[in-house]
Design a protein around this ligand. Structure first.
Ligand code: SF4
Length: 460
């Protein structure tokens, strides 16, 4: 066999080892470092209050409110949600959220300026119009929203009407994220989420006629009964709306965490190889339609601020995925919500009753979190840059954090020795070849991750 043929054979072998590693890996999504599975009770309400009290007055913060209620409990969903048949429980919930905002304002010591505010859940659009107004008033009472922050809301098109849309726009909504997942009826039935293309189209039109220009669609690949043909048909319908952004997540089948997923017919899930093909098909379709791939699972039109941010190397990653918001602190409220500070993370109690009890007695409901050492902050920064840009400059990391980055570089070198096709290390610069491998490589940079940990979702 000639050298070229040998080289070709060995290259094909390493490619197939790499693909196998990607298809089999179960690793964190790295929306934070360390992942929330490593949080502990060492962080409580006092630490949360202390972090709030040291926020710089001149730096705007980002806010998140978690509204956990849903009328329908979709089987695929691993979010922290709870069912309700109407908006009645939201009345007390919103009073408690208002009380939590007051606690935050008191701990900070002023009405802090806000650069971004996101309502997630759950189904924020379950709120009646008067409840949206009450929530808007509460935010404006406790925070300074005068600098035209980005206000985004997760929208369930089946829980939306004209009055709620009007109220959301009065609130300042300027970026909407619409849950779609897949338009195919058989796929929808298998994931317990029926939603016609027509009702989704009505939501998009309702937003755009009110001046909400920025619309994001959330889609999933790897769903039961999803085939290339069905996914292509869904993508064609999605592209008719030309959303500014798309999030295309791999369905994370973790029934040991999300019990509702036991209702998903496992035998109808695509195998890892078919799943990868679905992801590649979606990527090729979206790129051909003019979208710029962002990080591991987002797409944006070239004129969108997320595409520009990715190009400039200023993209950030947080618990909601990718963001253009550069605030160094994210203050999250509501049950299970996770706040991020420069010094660490704090998470509220997951059960609504525990969160309510604490806040109604005038205490933060922090139940766990993580205090970052200087070394942790550098690892978190390196992993965030890898997940956002696909590149790490270890010399810059060392300079920015005033630490040696040799151990981090050594871990990257070891990963590349095992999986040479994953990327290149040239001097102090690591560059990944394909963003599909970013989670795999991030896990190798994570000094604490147990490689055999099977709790996480598939990386592919
Ligand atoms: S997908 Fe949305 S509506 Fe369905 S359970 Fe999850 S949060 Fe609720």
């Amino acid at each position: 066999m000639c050298d070229r043929a040998k080289r070709g054979k060995s290259c094909a072998m390493t490619q197939s080892i790499l693909r196998k590693a990607l298809l089999e890996a179960r690793v964190p999504r790295y929306t934070s470092y360390p992942p929330a599975t490593r949080f502990s009770q060492a962080v409580g309400a006092d630490q949360h209050a202390a972090w709030l009290s040291t926020l710089p007055a001149t730096e705007p913060i980002s806010l998140y409110a978690h509204i956990p209620f849903c009328r329908r409990l979709c089987w695929f969903c691993a979010c922290r949600t709870q069912g309700t048949s109407n908006a009645a429980p939201l009345t007390r919930f919103l009073q408690t959220l208002n009380a939590e905002m007051r606690l935050v304002e008191t701990a900070i010591g002023r009405r802090q300026t806000v650069s971004a505010l996101h309502l997630g859940g759950g189904t924020p659009t379950l709120m009646e119009a008067f409840q949206i107004k009450a929530l808007s008033d509460a935010f404006r009472a406790h925070f300074d929203l005068s600098q035209d922050p980005e206000i985004s809301v997760e929208i369930d098109p089946t829980e939306l009407d004209e009055t709620r849309l009007d109220e959301l726009v009065d609130f300042g909504l300027n970026r909407a994220s619409i849950g779609v997942q897949d338009f195919d009826p058989k796929v929808q039935e298998a994931i317990g989420r029926l939603q016609s293309a027509e009702i989704t189209a009505e939501a998009v039109t309702g937003l755009r006629v009110r001046g909400v220009k920025s619309v994001n669609f959330d889609l999933l690949y790897g769903l039961p009964y999803q085939t290339p043909e069905r996914l292509s048909a869904t993508l064609a319908k999605v592209l008719d709306h030309k959303p500014d952004r798309l999030a295309l997540y791999g369905y994370a089948h973790v029934p040991w965490v999300a019990k509702r997923q036991k209702l998903i017919p496992e035998e109808a899930l695509p195998d890892p190889s078919a799943r990868r093909e679905l992801a590649e098909l979606a990527q090729a379709t979206l790129v051909a339609a003019g979208y710029v791939p962002i990080g591991i699972d987002h797409y944006a039109l070239p004129k969108d601020s997320m595409a520009r941010s990715a190009e400039a190397g200023t993209l950030r990653r947080n618990f909601q995925g990718y963001t253009t918001d550069t605030a160094s602190a994210l203050i999250s409220m509501g049950p299970s919500a996770i706040s991020r500070f420069e010094g660490g993370y704090s998470q509220n109690a997951s059960a609504t009753r525990d969160w309510t009890r604490a806040v109604e007695t005038g205490l933060f409901a922090t139940s766990r979190g993580f205090t970052l050492s200087r070394e942790d902050i550098m690892v978190a920064d390196a992993i965030e840059r890898l997940m956002c840009d696909g590149r790490i400059d270890f010399a810059r990391m060392a300079e920015r954090h005033g630490l040696r980055a040799q151990a981090l570089r050594d871990r990257a070198e070891a990963a590349l020795a095992d999986l040479p096709e994953i990327g290149t290390l040239s001097g102090d610069r690591l560059a990944i070849n394909e963003m599909a491998y970013a989670r795999l490589l991030a896990a190798r940079l994570d000094p604490e991750l147990e490689s055999s940990d099977g709790r996480f979702s598939l990386a592919s």
